[in-house]
Design a protein around this ligand. Structure first.
Ligand code: NAD
Ligand code: ZN
Ligand code: ZN
Length: 345
């Protein structure tokens, strides 16, 4: 099969012919139809995070595909079914966090396209118990971004604990952020979107954001406080540390900031006012991908047409250019890699 492989951190990916993997016990073989290109893939192959990925690495963790093989003991997923593979490839199921329904922070977790081979390949294997079940009605290209960008922002919004009618600031309207705007609107929240690029803000407006602020032109903390007196919640999907500071600054007293973006170990610190956190009883929460329940719920919003990613489709040979565009902040919405099985791309 053809796959995009990283052999050295920071180097371009190369198209290689590698063996089709065989599903082990409890695993399924998936013919990958589409795989979204998440900023985390770029962080992974650049070695931005402290832990290095499995090398050589086949990235990709927004995978939509069809089951074409089943390993021993797989009973709940059938041949021919459409499934989705998220970042959380597997979690142990027995640690205190898994038992408490917090499998997203299982210390033994495996990650798709990071510690396990992902979807920048024509085929991949995944544990049957961890894939999303997708109805036949979905378009694999359209659903792919929901499998990371969607579920991650959906869980982040749940963790913000807001009620319908309250204001949410979305800091960063990229692949994740443009879905965050839609989930928030679907949940009855009012959205102010912040980015450093006017095209992304225009997309946010078209998706239901009532206010937008260009953080490159103005101090967003002052702007949001002037506009709204602050927001009840904020969610950071930008990978710039300053946005994490601003996410605290834009809040009303009693507000909650949810941190999702991962700038990397070289830019991993922020500074904030202790007295503001204390005197205004501000909550700051991290949010890491989503549980299997979050995933199924996030997919369900998309199946019912309440969220839809803005996508551009590319082939294997284009992914290095997509990474360059992502690095330069030139991508509006999400780019999705589509495998043309049997046809060269
Ligand atoms: P993206 O490149 O598509 O979007 C990032 C957006 O942030 C862009 O629109 C960019 O213009 C905007 N931005 C940059 N600087 C900004 C600033 N100062 N203020 C406001 N906006 C700014 O990336 P993505 O795929 O959406 O991923 C975003 C981040 O989320 C990455 O760091 C990724 O690794 C991380 N991520 C985390 C999780 C998790 O579970 N916590 C899951 C997926 C992705
Ligand atoms: Zn991702
Ligand atoms: Zn566990």
């Amino acid at each position: 099969m053809r796959a995009l492989v990283a052999r050295t951190l920071g180097a371009p990916l190369a198209i290689e012919t590698v063996p089709v993997p065989a599903p082990g016990a409890g695993e399924i073989l998936i013919e990958v139809i589409a795989c979204g290109i998440c900023h985390s893939d770029l962080h992974a192959v650049d070695g931005d995070w402290g832990t290095p990925p499995l090398m050589p690495l086949i990235p990709g963790h927004e995978v939509a595909g069809r089951v074409v093989g089943v390993g021993a003991g797989v009973a709940d997923v059938a041949l021919g079914e459409l499934v989705g593979v998220p970042w959380m490839f597997w979690s142990c199921g027995t640690c205190e966090w898994c038992l408490a329904g917090m499998e997203t922070i299982c210390p033994s977790t495996e990650s798709t396209g990071f510690s396990k081979a992902g979807g920048y390949a024509e085929y991949m294997v995944a544990p049957a118990a961890f894939v999303a079940r997708l109805p036949e009605s979905v378009d694999p290209v359209a659903i792919a971004p929901v499998l990371c960008a969607g579920v991650t922002t959906y869980r982040g919004l749940k963790r913000a604990g807001l009620r319908p009618g309250q204001w949410l600031a979305v800091l960063g309207v990229g692949g994740l952020g443009h879905l965050a705007v839609q989930y928030a609107v679907a949940m009855g929240l009012r959205v102010v979107a912040l980015d450093v690029d006017h095209e992304k803000l225009a997309l946010a407006t078209s998706l239901g954001a009532e206010e937008v602020v260009n953080s490159a032109d103005t101090d967003p903390v002052v702007a949001v406080r002037d506009l709204l007196g602050g927001t009840h919640g904020s969610i950071v999907t930008a990978a710039a540390p300053i946005a994490f500071e601003q996410a605290v600054g834009v809040l009303r007293p009693g507000g909650t900031a949810v941190y999702i973006g991962l700038p990397g170990h070289a830019r991993d610190t922020i500074s904030t006012s202790i007295s503001r956190l204390v005197e205004s009883e501000i909550t700051v929460r991290g949010s890491n991908v989503g549980t299997r329940l979050d995933l199924q719920e996030a997919v369900d919003f998309a199946v019912r047409g309440q969220v839809a990613a803005t996508v551009r489709v590319v082939g294997l040979a284009d992914v290095n250019d997509v990474f360059a565009d992502m690095c330069a902040g030139r991508i509006v919405g999400r780019v999705v890699l589509a495998h043309d099985h049997g046809v060269s791309t």
